[in-house]
Design a protein around this ligand. Structure first.
Ligand SMILES: N#Cc1c(N)ncnc1-c1cnn(Cc2cccc(F)c2)c1
Length: 303
């Protein structure tokens, strides 16, 4: 993985698969106690691997989409965004945010049944301890979006599903109810907008933090193809794996004989052909333009 950029005036704190976290430094070179810089990279992840090469503009597209969703949700709850006035090296794809006391729960909501939730349902008839109607299949729309939280696993490990009772034990009953209500409402609102524009949000993960006054604040990124499953609405057919709006070109090529790769090999996926990179970039642009109604013009070219 390409190492995170060195940003003068910032200290690199942590890199996830596709994003990097920095802390601003004061004149004495000490960590700013109140702010962080979140940078979305052009890295793309699939099959639990970071693929090569990166997708040009992916970081900027998803950062701008997340900012748009924060605006759409601003009447529901406050968010951590301070400014997009960031160093040139990450301009357009990074935000300065308020440093929060992060809630130790991955808040996941599901509007459609797939992935790990489908596996749990097949085994138990429930997801996160929530019994679901019989007869659901891969891609079934759920009667109502459900809250299916996960633990915050250490770096490099997979989050583990937890029950609502586990969340209550972690944060107390009142806060747990607030997290459930807000997470479900964010996905509900996301789908109300996305469905009109031909995109289904099957599920999403959001993160919350507490500000100094103890108020809940929406953090991290929100309703992006990296934090949510985006499906093209016109290809939705319950009963089979759904097409991914943004990653289907990658999946199709990597699982085709042309790649010479096998998921089960344990080998790293081969580099993506230029055509797949461009097709994938175009899908991120399309998702942004459909949802926001705005044209995507890369900041660099707009300068
Ligand atoms: N958002 C936010 C946030 C905040 N506003 N205050 C305190 N901590 C965080 C915080 C800590 N880890 N992450 C996940 C994360 C995000 C982006 C890139 C990464 F590498 C990792 C988020």
């Amino acid at each position: 993985m390409t190492p995170a950029l060195d940003l003068p005036g910032y200290r690199h704190l942590y890199s996830g698969k596709v994003r990097d976290l920095y802390v601003p430094l004061n004149a004495a070179g000490e960590d700013d106690p109140d702010r962080l810089l979140l940078a979305a990279s052009d890295r793309i992840s699939a099959y639990d691997a970071i693929l090569d090469p990166a997708i040009p503009d992916k970081g900027e597209i998803l950062n701008r989409l997340s900012l748009w969703w924060f605006d759409q949700l601003a009447d529901l709850l406050p968010n951590h965004v301070l400014t997009t006035d960031v160093p040139d090296a990450v301009a357009g794809r990074a935000i300065l945010v308020r440093r929060l006391d992060m809630v130790p729960v991955e808040c996941v909501a599901r509007a459609y049944l797939t992935g790990g939730g489908l596996g749990e349902y097949a085994a138990t008839g429930a997801v996160s301890g929530l019994p679901l109607p019989a007869g659901l299949v891969d891609g079934s729309r759920l009667p109502e979006p459900i809250f299916t939280p996960s633990s915050k696993a250490p770096a490099g490990e997979h989050d583990e599903p937890i029950t609502y009772a586990d969340v209550v034990a972690l944060v107390g009953p009142g806060r747990a109810a607030e997290l459930r209500e807000l997470t479900v409402e964010i996905l509900r609102r996301g789908n109300a907008i996305a469905a009109e524009r031909g995109i289904l949000l099957a599920d999403t993960k959001v993160e919350f933090g507490l500000d100094a006054g103890g108020a809940l604040v929406l953090a991290d990124e929100v309703l992006t193809p990296d934090s949510s499953r985006f499906w093209p609405a016109d290809e939705w057919v319950p009963g089979r794996a759904q097409a991914s709006f943004d990653k289907q070109f990658v999946r199709d090529w990597l699982t085709s004989p042309a790649s010479g790769w096998s998921k089960s090999s344990g080998d790293a996926p081969p580099p993506l052909p230029a055509e797949v990179v461009e097709q994938t970039r175009a899908r991120y642009v399309e998702a942004y333009e459909r949802l926001t109604g705005a044209r995507f013009v890369p900041l660099a070219s707009a300068r």
